[in-house]
Design a protein around this ligand. Structure first.
Ligand SMILES: Nc1nc2c(c(=O)[nH]1)N[C@H]1C(S)=C(S)[C@@H](COP(=O)(O)OP(=O)(O)OC[C@H]3O[C@@H](n4cnc5c(=O)[nH]c(N)nc54)[C@H](O)[C@@H]3O)O[C@H]1N2
Ligand SMILES: Nc1nc2c(c(=O)[nH]1)N[C@H]1C(S)=C(S)[C@@H](COP(=O)(O)OP(=O)(O)OC[C@H]3O[C@@H](n4cnc5c(=O)[nH]c(N)nc54)[C@H](O)[C@@H]3O)O[C@H]1N2
Ligand code: SF4
Ligand SMILES: [Mo]
Length: 693
C-alpha cells in the first residue's frame, strides 16, 4: 500500500480558504484534514469540508457527458461521449456567434474560488468569442463598493491580529457558520478579556455566544452607524490627530451626523436609545484609552437597498476614533484587495480585440433570460454556459429564473459535479472535476496567504477540469491562439505578479511544494494613513460618490420593502424575511451530501412567538411564505431568535430536495442595491400562513 499526503486548498466561497492535507491511499483520497501549520487553518476544518471525500466519491457524481431527453427541468438525461457533447455544443454556438456572439452568455460564480478553474481559460474562450460579459454581482459588490469609496480597497485588519483586540463588533456576520477561523480568533480575544458584540436582526449561533446582541431591523445598519458617529462627535470620543492627518471631510460629516440623534436612530432601527449610546461610548471610550477596538463587518449588512451605504458608514468608524493605529484595531470586510493577482494575464481581455460586448448582470438573470431582442438590450440570449454556479437555486426571484431557463429556444450547457436544479434545465451536462482532482491556486477574502492546490487523485470517471473543457471547446470552435494550449500549471504560474513587493519572490513551484505563502504586508495597514483612495485619506466625504450620482456623505437609504418605508406593501406583507447561510451548507453546495443535510434536517422558517400566535401557527406546523413574486412552504420553528416582525429561512436549499420543490428565492426580488449593482436578498416582505397541503 502506498500512502501520500497532498497539499491542497479549500476551493469554497468562504473567507477562510483553509490549507488542506489530503491523505491518499492507493490512489484513493481517504481523509481531508486541516493543515496544522497554516496559521489561519490551525489544523481545523468546518463540518462541510471535513466531509469533502464523501462529496467527491458521492454515488451521484456526474461521471460522463449527458444529453437531455426529457423536458427542461424534468431531469431526464442520457449518456453521450465527449466527442458528441463537444460537437453538439460547437454546432450550436457557431451559427449564433456568426450572427452576434453577444447572444451567448457565460454564467459563473464561486463554486470554486480558484484562479485557474474559475475565470482563466473560461474567460479567454468567451473573450475570443466576443460573448456578452457577465457582471459578477451576486455576493459582495455592494459592500465592496461602499468600502472602496471610503477606505480605498478591500484591505483591512489582518485575521491574525483579532485575538489581541479588546472589543470586537461582529456586524452582519455569523462566523460560527460562515467564517469559522475568525471565530477561533474572536474566542481567543474573549479569553484575553475582550468583549464581543453581535449586531444582527437574528440571534444567530454567533450572536448567542457574544456578550451582547443588538438586533436592528434588516437594512437599517447605516442609520445605526450614523447614530454611533453622532454620539462619538457629541461626546468628543474622537482621535482628533488621526482625523486631521488621515481623513477627508470631517467638518461636513460632523454636520451630517448631527441630524442622527440616538432617538431617531433607535426609531429607525427598532432598538433602544440606550443601545446606541452605550455602544458608541464603549467603542469610542476604549479607543480613547488606547485599547484596540475592531469591527468584523460581513456581507449580511449589504443585501438590501442601502447595503453599500451601510458598509461605507461602518467603515468610517475606525478612522474617527483612530482605531487603525493598532494592528488589532480597524475593520475587516474582506482581504481580497491585498493580493497582487494578475487577472488580465489569466483572462486575456485583449482577445476582445477592440470589441465591446454588452454586460449582463448575473443578479437579474431571471428578467434578462426573458427579454426579447431590442435596441436597448441587444440580442436575445440564445445560449448560456453555466459553470461554478447554480442559478436556478441561488439567483433572486427564482420563478422568473426557472421560466427563463425553461425557454425551449435557449441552448444551455452546464459544467457540474452534480445534477443540480440548474443542470436539470441543461441541454448538455458536462462532468467537472473537484478540487481533489485538479490543480489550482487561490487568494483568500479572509486571510493574507497565497494558496496552492495540488491534484490528489485522478479525475473521477470521465470528468475534466473546467480549463480542459474550455480548451477542448476552443479547439472545436477553431480558436488557435497559443493561449488556448497553456496547461493548468502554466496558468497558475501567471496568477500572481511576482514583481509586486507583497508577493515577494512568488514562484509557483515553491508555492506548490509549501502549500501557502503569506503576503508581505504591514501589520497595521492604515496606522499612518496611506489609504488607497483618490485623496490618500479615509474619505468621509467622497467626490467619487458625488460623480457617481450618490450622496458624497454617509446617509441612510431605507429598504425597498419594510414596514416603515413601504407601508402600503406592508399591509399585505408585514414580515421582513432574510435567508442567510445554513451552517452545514455552502450556498447550495453540500445540500445533496446526506450527512450534512441530515444535520440541517429540512427547510425551516424561524418566526417570533408573537407573530406565530397572531397567525395561529404552532411550533412544527407547515407554513406557506408568500408575496407577489411567489411562495414556498416549510416547517415553522417558533422561536425568539427571530426578532418580532422578522422571519428567517436558513439557506440555500436545493429546490428539488425541499418538500415542495421550492426555496427561499421564490420570494426574493431582482431589485438592485444603491451601489455595486448587487441583489437585495434580505430586502423582502412576506406574509406567512399556516399551511395544510
Ligand atoms: N456554512 C456556510 N458558510 C458560508 C456560506 C454558506 O452558505 N454556509 N456562504 C459563504 C458566502 S458565499 C458568503 S458571501 C458568506 C456570507 O456570510 P456573512 O458575510 O456572514 O453574511 P450572511 O451569511 O449573509 O449573514 C450573516 C448574518 O447577517 C445577518 N443579517 C441579515 N440581514 C442583516 C442586516 O440587515 N443587518 C445586520 N446587521 N445583519 C443582517 C444574518 O441574520 C446572519 O446571521 O459566507 C460564506 N460562508
Ligand atoms: N436567498 C438567498 N440567496 C442567495 C444568498 C443568500 O444568502 N440567500 N447568498 C448569495 C451569495 S452570497 C452567493 S455567493 C450566491 C452563491 O451562488 P453560487 O456561486 O451559484 O454557489 P453554489 O450554490 O454553491 O453553487 C456552486 C456550484 O458550482 C459547482 N462547482 C464547484 N466547483 C466546481 C468546479 O470546479 N467546476 C464546475 N464546473 N462546477 C463546480 C458546485 O457543484 C455547485 O453546484 O448565492 C446567493 N444567493
Ligand atoms: S468552507 Fe471555509 S471553513 Fe470550511 S474548510 Fe473551506 S475554507 Fe475552511
Ligand atoms: Mo457569497
Amino acid at each position: 500500500m502506498t500512502t501520500t499526503h497532498v497539499r491542497a486548498a479549500c476551493p469554497h466561497d468562504c473567507p477562510d480558504t483553509c490549507a488542506l492535507i489530503v491523505t491518499v491511499e492507493n490512489g484513493v483520497a481517504t481523509e481531508v484534514k486541516g493543515d496544522p501549520d497554516h496559521p489561519p487553518t490551525a489544523g481545523v476544518l468546518c463540518t462541510k469540508v471535513a466531509r469533502y471525500a464523501e462529496r467527491t466519491y458521492h454515488p451521484d457524481r456526474l461521471l460522463h457527458p449527458l444529453r437531455r431527453v426529457g423536458k427542461k427541468g424534468e431531469g431526464k438525461f442520457e449518456r453521450i461521449s465527449w466527442d458528441e457533447a463537444l460537437d453538439t455544443i460547437a454546432a450550436k454556438l457557431k451559427p449564433i456567434a456568426a450572427r452576434d456572439p453577444q447572444a451567448i452568455l457565460p454564467y459563473s460564480y464561486a463554486g470554486t474560488m480558484g484562479l485557474v478553474q474559475g475565470e482563466s481559460m473560461a474567460q479567454r474562450f468567451f473573450h475570443q468569442l466576443g460573448a456578452s460579459l457577465l457582471d459578477r454581482t451576486i455576493c459582495a459588490t455592494a459592500g465592496a463598493t461602499g468600502y472602496r469609496y471610503t477606505v480605498g480597497a478591500s484591505i483591512g485588519t489582518d485575521l491574525e491580529q483579532f485575538q489581541d483586540a479588546k472589543l470586537i463588533i461582529i456586524w452582519g456576520g455569523n462566523p460560527i457558520a460562515s467564517n469559522l477561523h475568525f471565530w477561533t480568533r474572536a474566542q481567543a480575544a474573549k479569553r484575553n478579556g475582550a468583549k464581543l458584540i453581535a449586531i444582527d436582526p437574528y440571534r444567530s449561533l454567533t450572536a448567542e455566544k457574544c456578550h451582547q446582541h443588538i438586533a436592528p431591523l434588516p437594512g437599517t445598519d447605516a442609520a445605526l452607524a450614523l447614530g454611533l458617529m453622532h454620539v462619538l462627535v457629541a461626546e468628543d470620543l474622537l482621535d482628533h490627530e488621526y482625523i486631521a492627518d488621515y481623513t477627508l471631510g470631517y467638518e461636513e460629516l460632523k454636520q451630517r451626523v448631527a441630524e442622527w440623534t440616538p432617538v431617531r436612530v433607535a426609531q429607525t432601527c427598532g432598538i433602544t436609545e440606550d443601545e446606541v449610546v452605550q455602544l458608541a461610548r464603549l467603542y469610542g471610550g476604549m479607543a480613547k484609552a488606547g485599547e484596540p477596538v475592531a469591527i468584523r463587518v460581513n456581507y449580511g449588512v449589504q443585501r438590501v437597498k442601502g447595503g453599500g451605504m451601510s458598509v461605507r458608514n461602518i467603515a468610517c468608524l475606525p478612522a474617527l476614533v483612530g482605531a487603525w493605529r493598532h494592528p488589532a484595531g480597524g475593520v475587516q470586510l474582506s482581504s481580497s484587495g491585498s493580493f497582487p493577482t494578475n487577472k488580465p494575464k489569466l483572462q486575456r481581455p485583449d482577445l476582445l480585440a477592440g470589441r465591446t460586448p454588452r454586460t449582463i448582470n448575473m443578479s437579474t438573470i431571471g428578467d434578462d433570460l426573458l427579454k426579447p431582442s431590442s435596441p436597448e438590450f441587444g440580442p436575445q440570449i440564445e445560449a448560456v454556459i453555466v459553470y461554478n454556479s447554480n442559478p436556478v437555486a441561488v439567483a433572486p426571484e427564482s420563478p422568473k429564473v426557472a421560466q427563463g431557463f425553461a425557454r425551449e429556444d435557449l441552448f444551455t450547457v452546464v459544467l457540474e459535479h452534480f445534477q443540480t436544479d440548474t443542470a436539470d434545465y441543461a441541454d448538455i451536462v458536462l462532468p467537472a472535476t473537484t478540487q481533489l482532482e485538479h490543480v489550482d491556486t487561490h487568494t483568500s477574502y479572509g486571510h493574507l496567504y497565497m494558496m496552492a492546490n495540488n491534484a490528489a487523485i485522478a479525475p473521477m470517471g470521465e470528468a475534466k477540469p473546467n480549463t480542459e473543457i474550455f480548451r477542448l471547446l476552443a479547439a472545436r470552435m477553431g480558436m488557435d491562439d497559443a493561449c488556448f494550449k497553456e496547461s493548468d500549471d502554466e496558468l497558475a504560474a501567471q496568477a500572481f505578479n511576482a514583481q509586486d513587493a507583497r508577493a515577494i519572490h512568488f514562484d509557483w513551484e515553491s508555492l506548490k511544494r509549501n502549500g501557502w505563502q503569506k503576503l508581505n504586508m504591514p501589520a497595521a495597514p492604515f496606522a499612518l494613513g496611506g489609504f488607497p483612495t483618490p485623496s490618500g485619506k479615509c474619505e468621509f466625504y467622497s467626490a467619487a460618490m458625488q460623480a457617481d450620482g450618490l450622496d458624497p456623505l454617509p446617509t441612510y437609504i431605507a429598504p425597498y420593502e419594510s414596514v416603515a418605508s413601504n407601508p402600503e406593501l406592508a399591509k399585505r406583507y408585514p414580515l421582513a424575511m432574510i435567508s442567510p447561510p445554513a451552517r452545514n451548507f455552502l450556498n447550495s453546495t453540500f445540500v445533496n451530501v446526506s450527512s450534512l443535510r441530515a444535520t440541517e434536517g429540512e427547510p425551516h422558517l424561524d418566526i417570533h412567538p408573537t407573530d406565530a400566535a397572531a397567525r395561529g401557527i404552532g411550533h412544527g406546523d407547515m407554513v406557506r411564505i408568500y408575496n407577489d413574486r411567489g411562495s414556498f412552504s416549510c416547517k415553522a420553528r417558533v422561536t425568539d431568535k427571530a426578532r418580532a416582525g422578522l422571519v428567517v429561512g436558513l439557506s440555500i436549499w436545493w429546490k428539488k430536495l425541499a418538500g415542495d420543490g421550492k426555496n427561499a428565492n421564490e420570494v426574493t426580488s431582482q431589485r438592485l442595491t444603491d451601489m455595486g449593482r448587487a441583489p437585495t436578498f434580505y430586502d423582502t416582505l412576506v406574509q406567512v400562513e399556516r399551511y395544510t397541503a
